[in-house]
Design a protein around this ligand. Structure first.
Ligand code: ZN
Length: 473
Protein backbone atom coordinates (compact mmCIF):
# COMPACT_ATOMS: atom_id res chain seq x y z
CA UNK A 1 0.00 0.00 0.00
CA UNK A 2 2.85 2.34 0.84
CA UNK A 3 4.42 1.65 -2.53
CA UNK A 4 1.19 2.55 -4.19
CA UNK A 5 1.05 5.87 -2.35
CA UNK A 6 4.67 6.66 -3.13
CA UNK A 7 4.12 5.75 -6.76
CA UNK A 8 1.09 8.01 -7.07
CA UNK A 9 2.83 10.84 -5.28
CA UNK A 10 5.90 10.64 -7.52
CA UNK A 11 3.75 10.44 -10.63
CA UNK A 12 1.64 13.43 -9.64
CA UNK A 13 4.79 15.42 -8.87
CA UNK A 14 6.01 14.74 -12.40
CA UNK A 15 8.84 12.56 -11.14
CA UNK A 16 8.23 9.86 -13.71
CA UNK A 17 11.38 7.79 -13.30
CA UNK A 18 10.72 7.53 -9.58
CA UNK A 19 7.06 6.63 -10.15
CA UNK A 20 8.14 3.87 -12.50
CA UNK A 21 10.65 2.59 -9.99
CA UNK A 22 7.84 2.06 -7.48
CA UNK A 23 5.48 0.67 -10.09
CA UNK A 24 7.99 -1.97 -11.15
CA UNK A 25 8.14 -3.24 -7.57
CA UNK A 26 4.41 -3.99 -7.45
CA UNK A 27 3.52 -4.73 -11.05
CA UNK A 28 3.71 -8.51 -10.46
CA UNK A 29 1.05 -8.36 -7.68
CA UNK A 30 -2.28 -9.22 -9.34
CA UNK A 31 -4.28 -6.59 -7.42
CA UNK A 32 -1.80 -3.83 -8.29
CA UNK A 33 -0.97 -4.81 -11.82
CA UNK A 34 -3.46 -2.68 -13.67
CA UNK A 35 -2.57 0.59 -11.98
CA UNK A 36 1.18 -0.13 -11.99
CA UNK A 37 1.19 -0.89 -15.70
CA UNK A 38 -0.74 2.27 -16.39
CA UNK A 39 1.80 4.33 -14.42
CA UNK A 40 4.70 2.67 -16.25
CA UNK A 41 3.21 3.34 -19.66
CA UNK A 42 2.08 6.88 -18.93
CA UNK A 43 5.40 7.82 -17.37
CA UNK A 44 7.30 6.57 -20.43
CA UNK A 45 4.81 8.42 -22.61
CA UNK A 46 5.27 11.66 -20.67
CA UNK A 47 9.02 11.33 -21.07
CA UNK A 48 8.53 10.79 -24.80
CA UNK A 49 10.02 7.30 -24.54
CA UNK A 50 7.83 5.91 -27.28
CA UNK A 51 9.95 2.86 -28.04
CA UNK A 52 9.54 1.63 -24.46
CA UNK A 53 5.77 2.14 -24.67
CA UNK A 54 5.57 0.05 -27.82
CA UNK A 55 7.80 -2.74 -26.51
CA UNK A 56 5.90 -3.03 -23.23
CA UNK A 57 2.43 -2.89 -24.74
CA UNK A 58 3.39 -5.46 -27.35
CA UNK A 59 4.38 -7.76 -24.51
CA UNK A 60 1.40 -7.04 -22.27
CA UNK A 61 -1.23 -6.92 -25.03
CA UNK A 62 -3.15 -4.62 -22.74
CA UNK A 63 -6.22 -3.43 -24.61
CA UNK A 64 -6.93 -0.68 -22.04
CA UNK A 65 -3.85 1.14 -23.26
CA UNK A 66 -4.22 0.66 -27.00
CA UNK A 67 -4.44 4.45 -27.27
CA UNK A 68 -0.85 4.83 -26.06
CA UNK A 69 0.35 2.07 -28.36
CA UNK A 70 -1.04 3.69 -31.51
CA UNK A 71 -0.01 7.20 -30.48
CA UNK A 72 3.54 6.01 -29.80
CA UNK A 73 3.66 4.24 -33.15
CA UNK A 74 2.52 7.45 -34.83
CA UNK A 75 5.21 9.42 -32.99
CA UNK A 76 7.89 6.93 -34.00
CA UNK A 77 6.81 7.05 -37.64
CA UNK A 78 6.99 10.83 -37.43
CA UNK A 79 10.53 10.70 -36.00
CA UNK A 80 11.52 8.19 -38.66
CA UNK A 81 10.11 10.54 -41.31
CA UNK A 82 12.37 13.28 -39.97
CA UNK A 83 15.37 11.00 -40.43
CA UNK A 84 15.82 10.11 -36.74
CA UNK A 85 17.04 6.67 -35.85
CA UNK A 86 14.43 4.28 -34.45
CA UNK A 87 15.81 1.36 -32.50
CA UNK A 88 12.82 -0.95 -32.68
CA UNK A 89 11.16 -2.52 -35.69
CA UNK A 90 7.98 -0.84 -36.90
CA UNK A 91 7.22 -3.67 -39.26
CA UNK A 92 3.61 -4.71 -39.20
CA UNK A 93 2.56 -1.35 -37.76
CA UNK A 94 0.90 1.44 -39.62
CA UNK A 95 0.85 5.08 -38.79
CA UNK A 96 -2.71 6.30 -38.26
CA UNK A 97 -1.44 9.83 -37.78
CA UNK A 98 -2.78 11.01 -41.10
CA UNK A 99 -5.61 8.56 -41.70
CA UNK A 100 -8.18 11.23 -40.73
CA UNK A 101 -6.64 13.78 -43.06
CA UNK A 102 -6.29 11.29 -45.90
CA UNK A 103 -9.86 10.10 -45.47
CA UNK A 104 -11.28 13.64 -45.53
CA UNK A 105 -9.73 14.66 -48.86
CA UNK A 106 -12.05 15.25 -51.83
CA UNK A 107 -12.27 12.55 -54.48
CA UNK A 108 -12.99 12.97 -58.18
CA UNK A 109 -16.42 12.21 -59.61
CA UNK A 110 -14.83 9.52 -61.70
CA UNK A 111 -11.97 7.80 -59.97
CA UNK A 112 -9.09 6.36 -61.94
CA UNK A 113 -6.62 3.56 -61.49
CA UNK A 114 -2.93 4.38 -61.12
CA UNK A 115 -1.13 3.96 -64.42
CA UNK A 116 2.54 3.17 -63.77
CA UNK A 117 3.33 2.58 -67.46
CA UNK A 118 2.19 5.96 -68.63
CA UNK A 119 2.49 8.49 -65.79
CA UNK A 120 0.99 11.37 -67.72
CA UNK A 121 -2.21 9.34 -68.08
CA UNK A 122 -2.74 9.93 -64.36
CA UNK A 123 -3.65 13.61 -64.87
CA UNK A 124 -7.24 14.51 -65.68
CA UNK A 125 -9.55 17.49 -65.39
CA UNK A 126 -13.00 17.95 -63.83
CA UNK A 127 -14.21 21.54 -64.17
CA UNK A 128 -11.35 23.76 -62.91
CA UNK A 129 -9.83 21.01 -60.86
CA UNK A 130 -6.82 19.09 -62.16
CA UNK A 131 -6.56 15.65 -60.61
CA UNK A 132 -3.49 13.50 -60.31
CA UNK A 133 -3.88 9.83 -59.56
CA UNK A 134 -0.95 8.46 -57.54
CA UNK A 135 -0.65 4.84 -56.39
CA UNK A 136 -2.54 5.32 -53.08
CA UNK A 137 -5.07 8.05 -53.87
CA UNK A 138 -5.73 11.28 -55.79
CA UNK A 139 -4.53 14.85 -55.26
CA UNK A 140 -5.58 18.04 -57.04
CA UNK A 141 -4.93 21.67 -57.99
CA UNK A 142 -7.65 24.27 -58.50
CA UNK A 143 -6.62 26.14 -61.61
CA UNK A 144 -7.67 29.54 -62.97
CA UNK A 145 -10.73 29.76 -65.18
CA UNK A 146 -10.18 28.81 -68.80
CA UNK A 147 -7.27 26.53 -67.90
CA UNK A 148 -7.27 23.44 -70.10
CA UNK A 149 -5.25 20.37 -69.25
CA UNK A 150 -5.31 19.28 -72.89
CA UNK A 151 -3.20 22.35 -73.75
CA UNK A 152 -0.46 21.41 -71.28
CA UNK A 153 2.65 19.99 -72.92
CA UNK A 154 3.21 16.37 -71.94
CA UNK A 155 6.80 17.05 -70.80
CA UNK A 156 5.41 19.44 -68.15
CA UNK A 157 3.09 16.71 -66.84
CA UNK A 158 5.94 14.25 -66.80
CA UNK A 159 8.07 16.67 -64.80
CA UNK A 160 5.30 17.21 -62.21
CA UNK A 161 4.87 13.45 -61.81
CA UNK A 162 8.59 13.05 -61.26
CA UNK A 163 8.77 15.84 -58.67
CA UNK A 164 5.83 14.36 -56.77
CA UNK A 165 6.64 10.66 -56.90
CA UNK A 166 10.29 10.00 -57.72
CA UNK A 167 11.44 9.43 -54.10
CA UNK A 168 9.30 6.29 -54.01
CA UNK A 169 8.68 5.35 -57.66
CA UNK A 170 11.87 5.39 -59.70
CA UNK A 171 9.93 4.71 -62.91
CA UNK A 172 8.70 8.32 -62.80
CA UNK A 173 12.28 9.41 -63.52
CA UNK A 174 12.02 8.17 -67.10
CA UNK A 175 12.00 11.00 -69.55
CA UNK A 176 9.85 9.79 -72.42
CA UNK A 177 8.03 12.89 -73.60
CA UNK A 178 9.36 15.20 -76.33
CA UNK A 179 11.08 18.44 -75.38
CA UNK A 180 8.94 21.53 -74.84
CA UNK A 181 9.94 24.76 -76.54
CA UNK A 182 11.00 27.35 -73.98
CA UNK A 183 8.35 29.87 -73.01
CA UNK A 184 8.80 33.65 -72.80
CA UNK A 185 7.98 34.72 -69.27
CA UNK A 186 9.74 34.35 -65.93
CA UNK A 187 7.88 33.01 -62.91
CA UNK A 188 8.58 32.53 -59.21
CA UNK A 189 7.48 29.81 -56.85
CA UNK A 190 6.40 32.21 -54.12
CA UNK A 191 5.94 31.15 -50.49
CA UNK A 192 5.51 34.53 -48.83
CA UNK A 193 8.67 34.02 -46.75
CA UNK A 194 11.80 36.17 -46.61
CA UNK A 195 13.77 34.10 -49.12
CA UNK A 196 11.13 34.06 -51.82
CA UNK A 197 10.29 37.73 -51.23
CA UNK A 198 13.97 38.62 -51.71
CA UNK A 199 13.94 36.56 -54.91
CA UNK A 200 10.83 38.45 -56.04
CA UNK A 201 12.56 41.79 -55.52
CA UNK A 202 15.43 40.69 -57.77
CA UNK A 203 13.32 39.43 -60.67
CA UNK A 204 11.77 41.45 -63.53
CA UNK A 205 8.62 43.36 -62.52
CA UNK A 206 6.37 41.31 -64.79
CA UNK A 207 7.44 38.01 -63.18
CA UNK A 208 4.47 35.76 -62.68
CA UNK A 209 4.18 34.70 -58.99
CA UNK A 210 2.57 31.37 -58.08
CA UNK A 211 1.62 30.76 -54.46
CA UNK A 212 0.95 27.16 -53.43
CA UNK A 213 -1.99 27.31 -51.04
CA UNK A 214 -2.24 24.17 -48.91
CA UNK A 215 -5.92 23.36 -49.28
CA UNK A 216 -6.46 21.62 -45.95
CA UNK A 217 -6.29 22.82 -42.35
CA UNK A 218 -2.91 22.47 -40.64
CA UNK A 219 -0.61 24.35 -38.30
CA UNK A 220 0.59 26.34 -41.25
CA UNK A 221 -1.29 29.62 -41.46
CA UNK A 222 -1.79 31.53 -44.66
CA UNK A 223 -2.87 34.84 -43.08
CA UNK A 224 0.45 36.68 -43.33
CA UNK A 225 1.13 35.36 -46.80
CA UNK A 226 -2.34 36.44 -47.90
CA UNK A 227 -1.87 40.01 -46.66
CA UNK A 228 1.48 40.15 -48.43
CA UNK A 229 -0.04 38.75 -51.62
CA UNK A 230 -2.91 41.25 -51.51
CA UNK A 231 -0.48 44.09 -51.10
CA UNK A 232 1.74 42.90 -53.93
CA UNK A 233 -1.23 42.34 -56.22
CA UNK A 234 -3.21 45.49 -55.41
CA UNK A 235 -0.57 48.07 -54.54
CA UNK A 236 2.39 46.86 -56.56
CA UNK A 237 0.38 45.45 -59.43
CA UNK A 238 2.24 42.13 -59.41
CA UNK A 239 0.79 39.11 -61.15
CA UNK A 240 0.12 36.65 -58.34
CA UNK A 241 -1.98 33.52 -58.45
CA UNK A 242 -2.81 31.40 -55.41
CA UNK A 243 -3.38 27.81 -56.40
CA UNK A 244 -5.07 25.64 -53.78
CA UNK A 245 -3.72 22.11 -53.76
CA UNK A 246 -3.37 19.11 -51.47
CA UNK A 247 -0.42 17.38 -53.16
CA UNK A 248 1.53 17.62 -49.88
CA UNK A 249 -0.48 14.62 -48.64
CA UNK A 250 1.48 12.27 -50.93
CA UNK A 251 4.33 12.15 -48.41
CA UNK A 252 1.99 11.09 -45.62
CA UNK A 253 1.44 7.78 -47.42
CA UNK A 254 5.15 7.13 -46.95
CA UNK A 255 5.37 7.74 -43.20
CA UNK A 256 6.55 11.31 -43.72
CA UNK A 257 5.16 14.57 -42.42
CA UNK A 258 2.93 16.73 -44.61
CA UNK A 259 5.11 18.60 -47.09
CA UNK A 260 6.60 18.66 -50.55
CA UNK A 261 7.64 15.30 -51.98
CA UNK A 262 10.87 16.90 -53.26
CA UNK A 263 11.99 20.47 -52.66
CA UNK A 264 11.26 21.65 -56.20
CA UNK A 265 7.76 20.11 -56.04
CA UNK A 266 6.69 23.43 -54.48
CA UNK A 267 6.50 24.67 -58.10
CA UNK A 268 4.23 21.94 -59.45
CA UNK A 269 1.39 24.45 -59.86
CA UNK A 270 3.64 26.73 -61.95
CA UNK A 271 4.81 23.84 -64.10
CA UNK A 272 1.18 22.96 -64.82
CA UNK A 273 0.51 26.63 -65.64
CA UNK A 274 3.59 27.01 -67.85
CA UNK A 275 1.76 26.79 -71.17
CA UNK A 276 -1.21 28.79 -69.92
CA UNK A 277 1.07 31.77 -69.15
CA UNK A 278 3.86 31.01 -71.63
CA UNK A 279 6.38 30.50 -68.84
CA UNK A 280 10.05 29.99 -69.72
CA UNK A 281 11.69 30.11 -66.29
CA UNK A 282 10.79 29.09 -62.78
CA UNK A 283 12.61 30.82 -59.96
CA UNK A 284 13.02 29.50 -56.42
CA UNK A 285 14.06 31.42 -53.33
CA UNK A 286 16.85 28.98 -52.52
CA UNK A 287 19.52 30.77 -50.45
CA UNK A 288 23.26 30.22 -50.15
CA UNK A 289 22.63 28.17 -47.01
CA UNK A 290 21.28 25.39 -49.25
CA UNK A 291 23.34 25.88 -52.40
CA UNK A 292 27.07 26.45 -51.95
CA UNK A 293 26.69 25.28 -48.38
CA UNK A 294 25.57 21.78 -47.54
CA UNK A 295 23.06 21.88 -44.67
CA UNK A 296 24.19 25.43 -43.97
CA UNK A 297 27.56 24.30 -42.67
CA UNK A 298 29.94 22.81 -45.27
CA UNK A 299 31.12 24.52 -48.46
CA UNK A 300 30.65 22.61 -51.72
CA UNK A 301 30.90 23.45 -55.43
CA UNK A 302 27.17 23.76 -55.95
CA UNK A 303 27.32 24.19 -59.73
CA UNK A 304 28.95 20.74 -60.01
CA UNK A 305 26.56 18.88 -57.70
CA UNK A 306 24.45 16.09 -59.20
CA UNK A 307 21.43 17.88 -57.77
CA UNK A 308 21.93 21.10 -59.67
CA UNK A 309 23.16 19.47 -62.87
CA UNK A 310 20.28 17.03 -62.98
CA UNK A 311 17.44 19.43 -62.27
CA UNK A 312 18.74 22.17 -64.56
CA UNK A 313 18.71 19.72 -67.46
CA UNK A 314 15.42 18.20 -66.39
CA UNK A 315 13.66 21.60 -66.27
CA UNK A 316 15.27 22.60 -69.52
CA UNK A 317 13.71 19.57 -71.24
CA UNK A 318 10.33 20.95 -70.15
CA UNK A 319 11.22 24.34 -71.69
CA UNK A 320 11.97 25.94 -68.33
CA UNK A 321 15.07 27.70 -67.03
CA UNK A 322 15.84 26.75 -63.44
CA UNK A 323 16.41 30.20 -61.97
CA UNK A 324 17.98 30.62 -58.52
CA UNK A 325 18.33 34.37 -58.06
CA UNK A 326 19.43 34.23 -54.40
CA UNK A 327 21.69 31.16 -54.73
CA UNK A 328 24.68 33.39 -53.87
CA UNK A 329 22.87 35.21 -51.05
CA UNK A 330 22.50 33.91 -47.51
CA UNK A 331 19.30 34.06 -45.49
CA UNK A 332 20.89 37.03 -43.76
CA UNK A 333 21.41 38.73 -47.13
CA UNK A 334 17.81 37.92 -48.10
CA UNK A 335 16.65 39.60 -44.90
CA UNK A 336 18.73 42.68 -45.77
CA UNK A 337 17.08 42.86 -49.18
CA UNK A 338 13.60 42.62 -47.68
CA UNK A 339 14.45 45.25 -45.06
CA UNK A 340 15.06 47.71 -47.88
CA UNK A 341 11.58 47.16 -49.29
CA UNK A 342 8.11 48.23 -48.20
CA UNK A 343 7.17 44.56 -47.88
CA UNK A 344 8.99 44.06 -44.59
CA UNK A 345 5.94 44.61 -42.33
CA UNK A 346 4.21 41.68 -44.06
CA UNK A 347 7.03 39.24 -43.40
CA UNK A 348 7.16 37.07 -40.32
CA UNK A 349 8.70 33.62 -40.40
CA UNK A 350 7.09 32.46 -37.15
CA UNK A 351 4.49 29.76 -37.77
CA UNK A 352 2.95 29.96 -34.31
CA UNK A 353 2.28 33.60 -33.61
CA UNK A 354 -1.08 35.32 -33.73
CA UNK A 355 -1.85 37.89 -36.43
CA UNK A 356 1.37 39.70 -37.39
CA UNK A 357 3.22 38.90 -34.17
CA UNK A 358 5.82 36.18 -33.71
CA UNK A 359 5.50 33.87 -30.69
CA UNK A 360 8.96 34.88 -29.47
CA UNK A 361 9.64 31.36 -28.22
CA UNK A 362 10.54 29.39 -31.35
CA UNK A 363 13.79 28.92 -33.21
CA UNK A 364 12.51 30.96 -36.16
CA UNK A 365 11.63 33.88 -33.91
CA UNK A 366 15.18 33.70 -32.60
CA UNK A 367 17.20 33.58 -35.80
CA UNK A 368 14.81 35.19 -38.28
CA UNK A 369 12.90 37.76 -36.22
CA UNK A 370 15.55 38.52 -33.60
CA UNK A 371 18.09 40.10 -35.97
CA UNK A 372 15.29 42.37 -37.25
CA UNK A 373 14.87 43.77 -33.76
CA UNK A 374 11.70 41.80 -33.04
CA UNK A 375 11.14 40.31 -29.57
CA UNK A 376 12.24 36.80 -28.61
CA UNK A 377 12.90 34.97 -25.37
CA UNK A 378 16.51 33.78 -25.32
CA UNK A 379 15.75 31.49 -22.39
CA UNK A 380 12.86 29.67 -24.08
CA UNK A 381 13.08 25.88 -24.07
CA UNK A 382 13.09 25.54 -27.81
CA UNK A 383 15.73 28.20 -28.43
CA UNK A 384 18.04 26.79 -25.75
CA UNK A 385 17.49 23.24 -27.00
CA UNK A 386 18.46 24.20 -30.57
CA UNK A 387 21.47 26.23 -29.40
CA UNK A 388 22.75 23.18 -27.56
CA UNK A 389 22.36 20.81 -30.48
CA UNK A 390 25.42 19.63 -32.31
CA UNK A 391 25.52 20.40 -35.15
CA UNK A 392 23.56 23.54 -34.47
CA UNK A 393 20.60 23.74 -36.92
CA UNK A 394 20.70 26.32 -39.75
CA UNK A 395 24.32 26.55 -38.69
CA UNK A 396 26.03 29.52 -40.37
CA UNK A 397 22.89 31.59 -40.20
CA UNK A 398 22.43 30.88 -36.50
CA UNK A 399 26.03 31.89 -35.77
CA UNK A 400 25.56 35.10 -37.71
CA UNK A 401 22.32 35.80 -35.82
CA UNK A 402 23.98 35.21 -32.44
CA UNK A 403 26.83 37.50 -33.46
CA UNK A 404 24.50 40.20 -34.82
CA UNK A 405 22.39 40.21 -31.68
CA UNK A 406 25.49 40.44 -29.46
CA UNK A 407 24.74 37.15 -27.71
CA UNK A 408 28.04 35.43 -28.29
CA UNK A 409 29.04 35.41 -24.62
CA UNK A 410 25.71 33.93 -23.57
CA UNK A 411 25.82 31.12 -26.13
CA UNK A 412 26.85 27.57 -25.16
CA UNK A 413 30.63 27.07 -25.20
CA UNK A 414 30.48 24.69 -28.17
CA UNK A 415 28.85 27.51 -30.15
CA UNK A 416 31.30 30.16 -28.95
CA UNK A 417 34.14 28.00 -30.27
CA UNK A 418 32.64 28.27 -33.76
CA UNK A 419 32.52 32.05 -33.56
CA UNK A 420 36.16 33.06 -33.80
CA UNK A 421 35.86 34.95 -37.06
CA UNK A 422 34.08 37.99 -38.29
CA UNK A 423 30.66 37.35 -39.87
CA UNK A 424 30.06 40.54 -41.84
CA UNK A 425 30.81 38.74 -45.12
CA UNK A 426 27.76 36.54 -44.54
CA UNK A 427 25.49 39.44 -45.50
CA UNK A 428 27.27 39.89 -48.83
CA UNK A 429 26.88 38.21 -52.23
CA UNK A 430 29.06 35.32 -53.42
CA UNK A 431 30.10 36.53 -56.91
CA UNK A 432 30.61 33.10 -58.58
CA UNK A 433 26.85 32.55 -58.17
CA UNK A 434 26.26 34.90 -61.10
CA UNK A 435 27.30 32.13 -63.49
CA UNK A 436 24.43 29.82 -62.66
CA UNK A 437 21.78 32.42 -63.45
CA UNK A 438 20.52 31.57 -66.95
CA UNK A 439 21.86 34.11 -69.45
CA UNK A 440 18.47 35.56 -70.37
CA UNK A 441 17.88 36.82 -66.79
CA UNK A 442 21.46 37.22 -65.58
CA UNK A 443 22.15 40.91 -66.16
CA UNK A 444 18.81 42.05 -64.78
CA UNK A 445 19.10 39.97 -61.61
CA UNK A 446 22.72 40.97 -61.05
CA UNK A 447 22.01 44.64 -61.46
CA UNK A 448 19.23 44.43 -58.89
CA UNK A 449 21.39 42.45 -56.47
CA UNK A 450 24.06 45.15 -56.68
CA UNK A 451 21.57 47.81 -55.63
CA UNK A 452 20.81 45.92 -52.42
CA UNK A 453 23.99 44.19 -51.29
CA UNK A 454 27.77 44.37 -51.41
CA UNK A 455 29.90 41.69 -53.04
CA UNK A 456 32.08 39.33 -51.00
CA UNK A 457 35.75 39.95 -51.57
CA UNK A 458 38.17 37.24 -52.68
CA UNK A 459 39.53 35.06 -51.19
CA UNK A 460 36.02 34.15 -50.15
CA UNK A 461 35.65 33.14 -46.48
CA UNK A 462 32.61 31.15 -47.58
CA UNK A 463 34.84 28.63 -49.34
CA UNK A 464 36.47 27.72 -46.04
CA UNK A 465 33.24 27.02 -44.19
CA UNK A 466 33.23 23.56 -42.66
CA UNK A 467 32.04 24.07 -39.11
CA UNK A 468 32.39 20.51 -37.89
CA UNK A 469 35.17 19.25 -40.18
CA UNK A 470 32.86 16.98 -42.12
CA UNK A 471 33.74 15.19 -45.33
CA UNK A 472 31.21 15.32 -48.13
CA UNK A 473 30.84 12.29 -50.38
ZN1 ZN B 1 7.84 32.03 -33.13
Amino acid sequence: MIRRTLMRRAYNAGNYSRARHHALKIVHIPGEQRLARSVIIRSHWNQQEYEEVVLLLQKWKDSDMRFYLQKSIDELFSQKGKGQKINISLEGFQSERYSGLQGSQPVPNFERQWNGQNVIGNFFQENQRIWFRFPQSHCYWDMPEDFKLEHVHTSLLELVAELLLSPWYKETKHQLQPQRKKGLNPSLSFSGGTDSTAASLLLPDDTFHGYHERSFESQLKHDNAKKLINHMANVQDKQIFSIPSNHEIIRTYHDKNIGFSTDLACASHLILLADHFDIGAIAFGMPLDNTWLWKGRVFRQFENTDYFQYWRKRFSHAGLDLLLPIAGISEAGAMKICQQSELMPFLNSCMRGEADEGCGECWKCFHKNGPLGRPYNFKSNEIQMFLNRKPIPTAMHALWAIDTMGLKNQAPLAVQELMLNDFSWWEKVYPPSKEIIPSQWREHVWERISTYLEMMEAPYPLELVNLYNERLE
